[in-house]
Design a protein around this ligand. Structure first.
Ligand code: SF4
Length: 464
């Protein structure tokens, strides 16, 4: 069997550490113990529910506890896209519907940022991240204005990694000017949401494609603008996607010589077109090789890992494959050190070192209404946080450990910080190792390749 670039699938899986049968057996054993992904799965570990009532008083207190002079990642949510992808769980609206509110939305984000500046005194950014949404749906003028305003409130150094997410088709118009604006602003890393090179599958996903302006054109333009640190995002497990299609995606992505490739496994999340179709439309289930016990998806995972490693990409947390580790150090630190994250914009999520987590208002069932509500509350000087939680010490230990499995939880450090042995505190750890979902490596507890397929479910079981 060959992909569109005439590379055989068999050669792409050469060197895989485990066979398909071994992985399938392990997943079946995990399923018997209740560890599997169901249609109703929740992101309990990476996006815990925040239920406590918000009070500004509490946030101010929590921030005061965290100490002045914020240091960490600052995330900006730009909720405008060319169209809404059928799998997208994030709050966004098509740019055509949102044009009239973009400028006021950006002004509102800056006002929100300035309020944090006032509370903290200093906002030191270890990394800035612009996601969404599609941040390149902004015009070059809007990009320049946004960065000029941010720099008045945030301290950025030569070491601050600045990542900007790009969708290829959004560079079709004014791409050169947008990229020049990003370069002038000091953006150091571009993350390109390719998802798949297959136009038919992209259309199935509700994404806008262009015959004249391809991913190759976009990557060339990004390189010509002087960006060398480029990540490509791919998704596997999409409707109608076969292993040959994903093999083609991997070889095409590698041919473009990105510094990293991220391969996401499709999730069916609530309030997405795909999940609704999966639940309600006869025949859709056959189109989608859903969930981890599906043979096609497992083969895709094995192939991606084996092929990318052989192409010189080193696997970092879960499905992130990096060629030049130094170029991605800030992104890695964000995972590894679980730095504080301050989210700005509608529906943005924040998480602080002292256990404080909060979320800005945003209801995916009413996207435009949420954006308008965010703007109007900011304009009127009203709070925009709609849910907040100050984690207790035990909860913080659980969430740090659960999230830490992606990069490794040091047994020694666990003991030093929490004054107890990890295996004594989490009796499920030994069983998860026995089942092949977790492993000990270099004194750290980590997900295995199979555990990565069920990262949320394994983490939830560990801290249960
Ligand atoms: S481009 Fe990204 S943010 Fe926008 S709808 Fe698609 S998946 Fe969601």
């Amino acid at each position: 069997m060959q992909n569109a670039n005439n590379i055989s699938i068999e050669s792409m899986v050469t060197g895989a550490s485990q066979t398909y049968t071994q992985i399938k057996d392990t997943l079946d054993n995990l399923k018997e113990e209740g560890i599997y992904r169901s249609i109703d799965h929740e992101l309990l570990c990476s996006r815990p529910k925040l239920s406590e009532q918000q009070t500004y008083h509490t946030i101010d207190e929590a921030i005061a506890q965290n100490g002045k002079n914020y240091m960490g990642v600052i995330y900006f949510h730009i909720p405008f896209c060319e169209s809404t992808c059928s799998y997208c769980p994030y709050l966004n609206i098509p740019i055509a519907n949102g044009k009239s509110v973009i400028d006021t939305y950006l002004d509102s984000m800056i006002k929100e940022l300035s309020e944090y500046k006032e509370k903290f005194g200093i906002l030191n950014a270890s990394a800035l991240y612009f996601g969404g949404g599609t941040p390149t749906s902004l015009t070059s003028k809007q990009i320049r204005k946004l960065f000029d305003a941010i720099k008045q409130h945030v301290t950025i150094t030569d070491h601050t990694e600045i990542t900007y997410e790009v969708s290829p088709v959004s560079l079709k118009k004014e791409g050169k000017e947008k990229l020049a604006a990003l370069k002038d602003a000091g953006v150091t890393r571009i993350s390109v949401g390719v998802q798949t090179f297959n136009k038919d599958i992209l259309k199935e996903c509700g994404r806008i494609t262009s015959d004249e302006y391809t991913v190759d054109n976009a990557i060339k333009q990004i390189r010509d603008a002087g960006f060398h640190n480029v990540n490509i995002d791919l998704i596997y497990g999409l409707p109608t996607q076969k292993i040959e299609d994903f093999a083609t995606d991997l070889t095409k992505a590698v041919a473009l010589k990105p510094t990293s490739v991220t391969t996401y496994h499709l999730r069916l999340e609530d309030n997405t077109t795909f999940k609704n179709r999966y639940l309600n439309e006869l025949g859709f289930k056959e189109k989608i090789p859903i969930y981890t016990n599906d043979s096609e998806t497992i083969r895709m995972k094995i192939m991606a890992t084996a092929y990318l490693e052989r192409q010189g990409y080193h696997q970092m947390p879960t499905d992130w494959f990096v060629k030049d580790e130094g170029a991605h150090i800030a992104q890695y630190k964000k995972w590894h050190d679980q730095e504080s994250l301050l989210g700005i914009g509608v529906s943005a999520y924040s998480s602080f070192g002292n256990g404080l987590k909060f979320k800005v208002l945003g209801n995916i069932a009413d996207r435009m209404g949420s954006i308008r509500e965010y703007i109007s509350r900011i304009t009127e000087g009203k709070p925009v946080i709609d849910s907040l939680k100050m984690q207790k010490k035990d909860e913080r230990m659980d969430s740090n450990t659960a999230l830490g499995l992606k990069t490794g939880v040091s047994l020694e450090q666990f003991k030093a910080v929490y004054n107890q042995e990890l295996f004594a505190h989490y009796p499920n750890a030994a069983r998860l190792i026995q089942l092949g979902a977790l492993k000990i490596e270099d004194g750290e507890l980590r997900l295995t390749a199979i555990g990565e397929l069920l990262a949320e479910e394994v983490a939830a079981k560990l801290v249960q």
